[in-house]
Design a protein around this ligand. Structure first.
Ligand SMILES: Nc1ncnc2c1ncn2[C@@H]1O[C@H](COP(=O)(O)OP(=O)(O)OP(=O)(O)O)[C@@H](O)[C@H]1O
Ligand SMILES: [Mg+2]
Length: 508
């Protein structure tokens, strides 16, 4: 074979290998090329299963799928088995004279008497390890150098091996990504089960009940409530407890997107539909197909976008900006707002028809000050959260700190409480969060309706009493140990506890 022909052959083979990500398809193509340009017929690629030490045919020219499935060799068995075991190529001039030839596939029966065949089999190696073999038949030809044929096939085998390695790498990376995806997904699901919404008050129980009533349906949900009350948490929870949980959950913060971009953000745009639209872009509605679209801060969208939203909610279809094609989607809508929509409808800044479309199933999130029984539950929950985050082991809140948390009116709701606990955890070095660890807004009492203005003496007395109680709690009423903690004498300690009306026996 001429050099140039060889190079052309290798080029074609490398192209065939790169054409498909599916090993079988590429290998068939390679065998096609070998048979058409080299009269190498009945090419076969066998691969070794290292776990079972068994060789099976991966692809074979002119064999039925049934035969391919059926025929297995043991390592060392027959010529293919020997090539794979030894890693050395074999070339047989005339197979009729070769006793080792098993002809297990019976492919050559009919042709046996018509023409004599030569047989070449070369190992496919991954480094030093033999992973399979490539073999071909060739009509016997005295003038043909089997050595050359063997060399050429060895090169092809190397190319195949490289391809197998590439595919394995791709497959492994894919598996890794798939695993990662699965892990993140279940992490998300856990994060947003209803259980991650803390609350035991009657008002929150109502919310939980509403969530479980509505989540399995496809009904539009409108979540109302002041800032920081947990509207987004509820939206997550509705999605992850719905039949769409495995589908996408797409969030749009309508207030955060510039007015001129919101249409394209929601509905997507075609290339060139406006300056800056250099590529086609899918809108959030399309991205949320088969899942849930969360329209946060719905109260802040303008009237023109409202008209388009209304159409999607009614018809479940829309066009991309600058596009002709009507796109149909299957999306569940959850919207949230802290605005007074009824007032906005009255003012004319919010369309009444859109309001009714959205207000199918409203869920109202009560402000924290109206569910005081949740405050401590949430405080403990956040204490644990930020303990973990900061590697701390703070056990509890002191009684005065609890009083302060309970007395405050929480204008920023749960978000403010969460920030407050995070800060206290950072400030606190001991095992207990005291009132002086809480932020100044709670300290001054100006924001609070229960904390009276205090004189210095009152404040000191307050703190002193708190420290005495803590020491007694920590020692389970052991006065000697409690005095030691506070670095004072038993006599002084007893005197002070008496002054504050405390008794060690209460702490036993
Ligand atoms: N019941 C709750 N249990 C646990 N965490 C909560 C709860 N409610 C709110 N949070 C937490 O408080 C923070 C604020 O909640 P979220 O973002 O859901 O409020 P929002 O109502 O969407 O506020 P905004 O109107 O300002 O967007 C979040 O970190 C959330 O995890
Ligand atoms: Mg929000």
């Amino acid at each position: 074979m001429k050099k140039i022909e060889e190079i052309t052959l290798f080029y074609e083979i490398s192209q065939a290998l790169n054409e498909h990500l599916e090993l079988k398809k590429s290998l068939y193509k390679v065998l096609d090329i070998l048979s058409s340009s080299m009269s190498m017929v009945r090419g076969t690629v066998s691969l070794l299963n290292p776990l079972r030490n068994e060789i099976s045919i991966e692809v074979a020219h002119s064999l039925s799928p049934g035969t391919i499935e059926r025929v297995k060799y043991k390592l060392g068995e027959g010529i293919t088995g020997r090539v794979i075991q030894s890693g050395k190529a074999v070339a047989i001039p005339k197979i009729s004279e070769e006793p080792l030839f098993l002809n297990r596939t019976a492919a050559r029966k009919q042709t046996k008497h018509i023409e004599e065949l030569s047989f070449i089999c070369v190992p496919i190696k991954k480094g030093n390890q033999v992973i399979g073999a490539l073999s071909v038949d060739r009509p016997y030809d005295e003038a043909y150098s089997l050595k050359d044929g063997q060399k050429l096939l060895s090169v092809v085998a190397t190319m195949i091996a490289q391809h197998v390695i590439n595919l394995e790498t791709i497959r492994m990376e894919k598996d890794q990504l798939r695993e990662e995806n699965k892990r993140l997904r279940s992490e998300l699901e856990n994060k947003y089960r209803i259980t991650s919404i803390v609350g035991n008050s009657n008002k929150m129980r109502e919310v939980f009940q509403m969530i479980s009533q509505v989540c399995m349906s496809n009904a539009t949900v409108l979540i109302r409530g002041e800032s920081g009350t947990g509207k987004e948490l509820v939206a997550n929870s509705v999605h992850y407890n719905s039949q769409r949980a495995k589908g996408p959950f797409v969030k749009v913060n309508c207030a955060a997107i510039p007015v001129n971009l919101i249409e394209s953000e929601l509905f997507g745009h075609e290339k060139g539909s406006f300056t800056g639209a250099i590529k086609q872009k899918l809108g959030k509605f399309e991205l949320a197909h088969k899942g849930t679209l969360f329209l946060d801060e719905i109260g802040s969208v303008g009237l023109d976008v409202q008209a388009n939203l209304l159409r999607v909610l009614q018809e479940k279809e829309f066009e991309r900006v600058g596009g002709q094609k009507t796109i149909k989607v299957d999306v569940r809508i959850i919207a949230a707002t802290n605005k007074n929509l009824e007032q906005a409808v009255e003012d004319g800044s919010f369309r009444g028809d859109l309001y009714y479309r959205l207000n199918v199933f409203p869920i109202y999130m009560p402000p924290l000050r109206e569910r005081k029984t949740d405050i401590l539950l949430l405080a403990d929950y956040f204490l644990e959260k930020y303990n973990k985050e900061n590697n701390k082991d703070i056990k509890r809140f002191s009684t005065p700190a609890i009083d302060m948390l309970m007395g405050y009116h929480w204008p920023g709701n749960v978000r403010e409480l969460e920030n407050c606990i995070e800060r206290s955890v950072l400030m606190c070095d001991g095992g207990v969060i005291h009132s002086y660890h809480l932020p100044p807004t709670l300290q001054t009492g100006t924001e609070s309706d229960t904390l009276p203005e205090q004189s210095l003496d009152e404040a000191v007395a307050h703190l002193e009493r708190e420290m005495l109680i803590d020491a007694l709690k920590n020692t389970r009423g052991n006065v000697t140990a409690a005095a030691q903690i506070l670095k004072t004498t038993v006599r002084k300690f007893a005197y002070k506890t008496k002054r504050y009306g405390l008794h060690y026996s209460h702490y036993r």
